[in-house]
Design a protein. Structure first.
Ligand code: SF4
Length: 72
């Protein structure tokens, strides 16, 4: 399978089939620890990930995490 990438208006390159799907794939949205409305996000790991993403102007979904706690 050949993967296609394109450049967005902000200058970031992204895989065509994954564009805009960060929320769909990031497991934090299914984790009871994640509190996106809080400044510290309820979790120091994702807070650090999001700070790095903002600093480097990249998008980083979390695919695996040993602190995950499934929402009930
Ligand atoms: S514990 Fe892991 S999955 Fe849960 S919010 Fe933090 S980084 Fe995301």
């Amino acid at each position: 399978m050949s993967k296609k990438y394109f450049e967005k208006e902000n200058g970031n390159w992204v895989r065509d089939d994954l564009n805009g799907k960060q929320k769909e794939f990031c497991m934090c949205w299914d984790c009871s620890k994640f509190k996106p409305e809080l400044e510290n996000k309820g979790c120091s790991i994702i807070a650090e990930v999001l700070n790095l993403a903002a600093q480097k102007e990249i998008v980083l979904p979390v695919w695996e995490c040993n602190n995950f706690s499934a929402k009930k």
